[in-house]
Design a protein around this ligand. Structure first.
Ligand SMILES: [Zn+2]
Length: 165
């Protein structure tokens, strides 16, 4: 288990929120960072596999960016990682990938209330089943809810977003 002070959690979760706001390519906007020995060694956001339109989740992008440094590190993410809902047909869930890459501790901001067929808390349970220590850092939630998932909490926008697909 890797522990962080309140100030450190605020800092790294702020980094995640900033990355999401600057770069995310779809809703919900998610940002993630891999932290090793107090430093950010990987960054990710809701994006796409290079040269395709296939979604690539923030957690996986951050883990790939960190490479081998992900082993034994902490992963911060604005949103609870996905379980059975995979980001696309080629890649598995973020929870499984987080475990495969040897992440020790996951700090997340918001529970996933928006994904279809997904119950909030499933990601936490899945990570814990892999022996990963999971912490929720909720202090930025008001900011994150507003900036990162607002369209998904507004039913009118959700309908437009679904119809566009
Ligand atoms: Zn995911």
């Amino acid at each position: 288990m890797i522990t962080f002070t309140d100030e450190e959690m605020h800092y790294f979760m702020g980094e995640c929120a900033y990355i999401a706001m600057q770069n995310a390519q779809y809703w919900p906007k998610v940002g993630a960072v891999v932290v090793k020995k107090g430093s950010v060694v990987g960054r990710g956001y809701s994006g796409h596999i290079d040269g395709t339109r296939l979604p690539l989740h923030a957690e996986r992008m951050a883990l790939d960016d960190a490479g081998r440094q992900a082993k034994g590190a902490a992963l911060f993410t604005t949103l609870e990682p996905c379980t059975k809902i995979s980001q696309n047909q080629l890649l598995g869930s973020c929870c499984d990938y987080i475990a495969e890459q040897g992440i020790d501790t996951v700090v997340f901001g918001m529970l996933d209330e928006h994904s279809h067929g997904f119950c909030p808390g499933e990601g936490i349970a899945k990570l814990q089943s892999h022996g990963i220590y999971v912490v929720q850092y909720a202090k930025l939630n008001t900011l994150m809810e507003e900036k990162l998932s607002k369209p998904l909490t507004d039913r009118t926008v959700v309908r437009k977003w679904v119809n566009r697909r």
